[in-house]
Each structure stands twice: as structure tokens, then as C-alpha cells.
Design a protein around this ligand. Structure first.
Ligand code: UD1
Ligand code: CA
Length: 460
């Protein structure tokens, strides 16, 4: 029998002071609910149902059919939330169901798998994932009997002083036999200090029916950590940030100073690449070996080759080939494909363009909707004038061309190979191969004009 998972994400999270449901609040730029979905998937669970509630349309739109959803129209507690998913859970009778809190993004696939192995081996009716923490405040406490067997879980608001001193807490993640959960859910009440239907009451019910229930203590106690406000969210960010930096360093990535360095979980980086302060690498970014990335670079969904320098670069949905040197202060907007051995220098913006091998775009230039060939030199301050107010047009420049400083290329326009343009030209006609294009007025010097017209400027 296949196992399934239910993720509880109906809560508002008032203390986040957000216009989004709490589960969409982000840790390392990824919504908390996505971390929990990925943890379940990492543990090999295919069928997942997310319980939505507060601002459910927003959460449903985000999930976009990636998981099933069950709507909880009022927030009556974690037990009530799971009840809303009963029609989904029923399909897995005979199997096990994993319950996860949508606001605990540090839970991981490894812990879930180990807990399942323990649950199955012990033939438990239910297994709670617990952890021992320094500050148990706010969590449900794991209460054990004199023999050390699990007795019940008591919430902070219902706990006696003696129970509050217990440092073993409930992570909010559990493995249940499906039939046990469905039966216990039908028996819980809201007779407690919060008038909520607590999922945790299922444990006492199962134990009173002589079913086998125990706690699996996670090796990594961080898995219990949740976020109820932005301060706790920062704490989770710090934890996951360090986790992924350590992962990269163990793969041979050099991070001499981690200040402001954030590397997303799906980023791949080659050995001996150095990441400098203030650098954020996100999404499906892949970076080769022996690169220097940063300082202050923000790279999203971009593929970078080997031996590349990205100094103060912002890049999104683009690619940069081997041996390129970009920066300082370069912006690659989406669909910029920079091939090999290209130099792009100070204050250059590239958008939706291809720049072929060996080309140099050194200073103060805009290249948009263009295809630049090999070994071109773009002078300082060139602009591809790609927008006529209504439509975007393309510019092409052939191999070996030399574009003089401050040239405007009014697109659509095509320059052949080995062309030159005179500095300051505004080119609006195609230029054939091997031609020099000059498109500017001749200079006239009016000798003595300043004195004759009494125009000498006051130097004081
Ligand atoms: C819960 C556990 C507590 C555990 C802690 C771990 C209960 C009664 N308590 O407490 O033992 O230590 O998690 O983080 O289960 N939710 C809904 N609908 C509701 C209520 C909650 O979908 O009606 C969702 C929330 O969005 C959240 C999750 O369930 O993702 C947990 O709810 P929350 O209110 O945060 O429970 P805790 O008080 O943290
Ligand atoms: Ca919580």
C-alpha cells in the first residue's frame, strides 16, 4: 500500500503581519509550504494533500495543482484541519499517512524516512517525531509515563508547571496508520483551553485503546523549528542559509567570508569557485569551476561556465560561457546568452541578446534584442535603439566589427562582418561587410566667435 502525506497550511499566522497566508511566508526565498512539500517528496511520498484555509485562493494558485488540496473553512484546530482531508486520506486505507505542519520548513526527508522505518519496524499505530530543545516554550510537550513510554502531548496553554519543564517537544510531524487516524479523529473534542480540536489528542485516544504509540526523537533537533513571526523567520533563514553554505563548502566551493551570501538549495557550483560577500545565488543557477562570483552579485536561474568572473553582476534567466569576465556593475536581463571569452564592463545592460565568443562590450552600453557576432568591439556609450515606441526590433552585428563610441544603432538594422562605425554615428541603414559607416555632421569651427560676440565666461 502506498503512503500519503497531509500538510497543514490553513493558518493565518497573525503575528507575521502579512497579506499572504502564513505558509507562503518565505525562508531562503522559498515559501514554507514548498519546503514541507519537498521534504515529503524527498522521503518518496507522491500523494500529498495540502489543507488550505486563510486566503486559500492564494495558496491554491501558488500550488497550481502540484498537490491535492482540502479547504478548511474555519480554523478550529489541527485535528479539525486533518479532518478536512479525510476523503483524501481514506484512499490510502491499509497504508500510513504522514502529517506535516506547513510552518515547519526545517523538517527534512531523511528524518521522515527514518521515522517511517522506526514506525514500521515497531509496528506502531502512530509515531510522533519529537526533538529535545533548549527552549521548549510554545511547543506541545511529550509526556512519558514512568516506564518512558509515550503517554500524551500537552500544549503549552494546557500544561502544568511540571509539564512545562519537559524539554522534549512535538515537531507537529507524525506517521499514523490511516485506519487509526481516521478512527481517532472521529473521537477528539475541543474540550481544552483553546477550544480547538487538537490533532495531538489522537495520541491519548489511541493509547487508551491499547494501540502502540511512540515518539521518534529526531537526530537533528532543528527539524521542529517553526516560525510564528518575522523574527523567527529570520532565525530559520539563518539556519538554512548556513546549512546550504556548508553543503557548498563541503563540495569544494570557497566562501572566505559568508556575510550576505545566500545560496539557494537547488544551486550547483563547481570546485574552487569563490563566492564573495553580498552574493545571492538562486533558483536553478549552475556555476562552473574556478569562477569568482561577487562581491554583490544577484544571480537567478542562470548558467555560468568555468573560469568566469562576475563582479557586481545582476543576472536573471541568462547564460555566460567559459572564460568570461563581467563587471563591475553589469545587468543581464532575461534571455541574454553570453558565449565564451566575452568581456562586459562597467555599467552595461544586456537584454534578450546573444553575444558571441571574444566580443567586448566594455563601458556604458545598452544591448537589447540584438545578436552580436564574434570578436566585436563595442565602444563606450553605444545604444541599440530597439524600441520605436510601439514595437521592439532586432539589431545584428557581424563578426570582427568595430562600433565607434556613442553609436546609436536604430533597429531593425543589420551590420555585416568587419564593419566600422564612426564615433557618434546614428546608424539607421544596414551596413554591408567591410564598410565604414559615418552618420554625423561635419564639424565647423567658427574662429574668433567667442570674442566677437562677447561670450567669454566669467571664471570667478
Ligand atoms: C502544533 C502542535 C504542537 C507542536 C507544534 C509544532 C497541535 C494541537 N499542536 O502547535 O504540539 O509542538 O505544532 O510546530 O497540533 N492549522 C490549520 N488549521 C487550523 C489550525 C492550524 O491548517 O485550524 C495549521 C497551521 O497553518 C500550521 C499547523 O497547522 O501550519 C500548526 O498549527 P499551529 O496553530 O501553528 O499549531 P501550534 O500551536 O504551533
Ligand atoms: Ca506553529
Amino acid at each position: 500500500m502506498e503512503n500519503c502525506a497531509v500538510i497543514l497550511a490553513g493558518g493565518q499566522g497573525k503575528r507575521m503581519k502579512s497579506n499572504k497566508p502564513k505558509a507562503l511566508c518565505e525562508v531562503l526565498f522559498k515559501p514554507m509550504v514548498d519546503w514541507t512539500i519537498d521534504a515529503a517528496r524527498d522521503a518518496g511520498i507522491k500523494d500529498i494533500c495540502v489543507v488550505t484555509g486563510h486566503l486559500h485562493e492564494m495558496l491554491e494558485a501558488h500550488l497550481d495543482g502540484e498537490t491535492e488540496t482540502a479547504f478548511q473553512s474555519e480554523r478550529l484546530g489541527t485535528g479539525h484541519a486533518v479532518m478536512q482531508a479525510a476523503p483524501f486520506i481514506e484512499k490510502f486505507k491499509g497504508g500510513n499517512v504522514l502529517i506535516l505542519n506547513g510552518d515547519c520548513p526545517l523538517m527534512d526527508g531523511d528524518t521522515i524516512e527514518r521515522a517511517l522505518a522506526y514506525h514500521t519496524k515497531s509496528d506502531n499505530a502512530l509515531t510522533v517525531i519529537s526533538a529535545k530543545v533548549e527552549n521548549p516554550f510554545g511547543y506541545g510537550r511529550i509526556v512519558r509515563d514512568d516506564g518512558g513510554f509515550l503517554k500524551e502531548i500537552v500544549e503549552e496553554k494546557d500544561a502544568s508547571d511540571e509539564q512545562k519543564a519537559i524539554s522534549e517537544v512535538n515537531s507537529g510531524a507524525y506517521w499514523f496508520k490511516v485506519d487509526v487516524l481516521l478512527d481517532a479523529l472521529s473521537k477528539i473534542t475541543n474540550d481544552n483551553n483553546q477550544n480547538e480540536y487538537y490533532l495531538t489528542d489522537c495520541i491519548e485516544i489511541a493509547i487508551s485503546e491499547n494501540l502502540k504509540a511512540s515518539a521518534y526523537t529526531a537526530k537533528n533537533s532543528d527539524v521542529v523549528l517553526g516560525a510564528n513571526d518575522r523574527i523567527q523567520l529570520l532565525d530559520l533563514n539563518d539556519k538554512l542559509r548556513i546549512k546550504y553554505l556548508q553543503f557548498q563548502m563541503l563540495q569544494g566551493v570557497d566562501i572566505p567570508c559568508s556575510e550576505g551570501v545566500i545560496i539557494g538549495p537547488d544551486v550547483e557550483i563547481g570546485t574552487d569557485t569563490r563566492i564573495l560577500p553580498g552574493t545571492v545565488l538562486l533558483g536553478d543557477t549552475v556555476i562552473g569551476s574556478n569562477c569568482v562570483i561577487g562581491p554583490n552579485s544577484y544571480i537567478t536561474d542562470t548558467e555560468v561556465g568555468n573560469n568566469v568572473i562576475l563582479d557586481n553582476v545582476v543576472a536573471d534567466k541568462s547564460s555566460v560561457g567559459d572564460e568570461c569576465d563581467l563587471g563591475p556593475f553589469v545587468h543581464l536581463r532575461p534571455n541574454s546568452f553570453i558565449k565564451s571569452d566575452v568581456h562586459i564592463g562597467n555599467f552595461v545592460e544586456i537584454k534578450n541578446s546573444t553575444i558571441d565568443d571574444g566580443t567586448k562590450v566594455s563601458h556604458l552600453t545598452y544591448v537589447g534584442d540584438s545578436d552580436l557576432g564574434k570578436n566585436i568591439n563595442m565602444g563606450c556609450g553605444c545604444v541599440t535603439v530597439n524600441f520605436d515606441g510601439q514595437q521592439k526590433h532586432r539589431t545584428t552585428i557581424g563578426d570582427g566589427s568595430f562600433i565607434g563610441c556613442n553609436t546609436n544603432l536604430i533597429s531593425p538594422v543589420h551590420l555585416g562582418k568587419f564593419c566600422y562605425t564612426a564615433a557618434g554615428s546614428t546608424i539607421d541603414k544596414d551596413v554591408p561587410d567591410y564598410s565604414l559607416a559615418i552618420a554625423r555632421n561635419h564639424q565647423t569651427n567658427k574662429e574668433g566667435w567667442v570674442k566677437d560676440n562677447d561670450k567669454i565666461r566669467n571664471m570667478d
